[in-house]
Design a protein around this ligand. Structure first.
Ligand code: 5RP
Length: 220
């Protein structure tokens, strides 16, 4: 999709020789990885850390040199997508199920560039169901506890089976309709035993690039 591609490709312009780059996950990050692959063929020298097995496989296909997160002290820039971005740059992420690795990589990145199409910009988070990664043990009970926070929680299912994250966990998609206090909700959810992490990213983005259907971009 044009709007995703233009935003992602703009972000890649910030990558310089010698950088360690975090590779996000999803259909927008895909375009950033593709562009990075082309730049590497053209002589750019970087090392990359992937936030999912999908992005790792794509990077390998494109000849992008990869290192593990353990080998990287920190990332200079991470480029990743989002499911929603509010006016304070709080995010909902995890639509692709990679929220945990994405958050770990983002938290060790000097810069986190979020690339989105115009549909992802919202004045208030929560229309998009919030993904919460939970361990399998007691998942029905964890799901009930999440429901007590005022959402409709649904186990993510793919082809009639629970979706399994790269970390071997389940995802509960929590439909809050609207999230008034993202920071508080982030902490409350992560206090529930069985929860590994949730898809709220609170004020961690350092730049947001929005792509539009006509091919224009807005850098925030
Ligand atoms: C994956 C994510 C993605 O960044 C998010 O779902 C946006 O995906 P897309 O760029 O395909 O719209 O958080 O876990």
């Amino acid at each position: 999709m044009e709007s995703k591609r233009v935003a992602a490709e703009k972000a890649v312009e910030y990558i310089r020789d010698g950088m360690v780059v975090g590779l996000g996950t999803g259909s927008t990050a895909y375009w950033a990885i593709q562009k990075l692959g082309k730049k590497i063929k053209g002589g750019l020298s970087i090392k990359a850390v992937a936030t999912s097995i999908n992005s790792e496989n794509l990077a390998k296909e494109l000849g992008i040199p990869l290192i593990s997160i353990s080998e990287a002290e920190e990332m200079d820039i991470t480029i990743d997508g989002a499911d929603e971005v509010d006016n304070e740059w709080n995010l909902i992420k995890g639509g692709g199920g990679a929220l945990l690795r994405e958050k770990i990589v983002a938290s060790f990145s000097k810069e986190l560039i979020i690339v989105v199409d115009e549909s992802k910009k919202v004045s208030r988070l929560g229309k998009y169901p919030l993904p919460v990664e939970i361990v399998k043990f007691g998942h029905e009970l964890t799901q009930k506890k999440l429901g007590k926070l005022g959402c409709i929680p649904k186990l993510r299912v793919v082809d009639n089976n629970p979706f399994i994250t790269d970390n071997g966990n389940y995802i509960i998609d929590c439909d809050f309709g609207s999230i008034d206090q993202p920071k508080d909700l982030h902490s409350v959810i992560n206090m529930i035993p069985g929860v590994v992490d949730n898809g709220l990213f609170i004020k961690i983005a350092t730049k947001v690039i929005v792509g539009y259907r006509d091919g224009s971009i807005l850098e925030l």
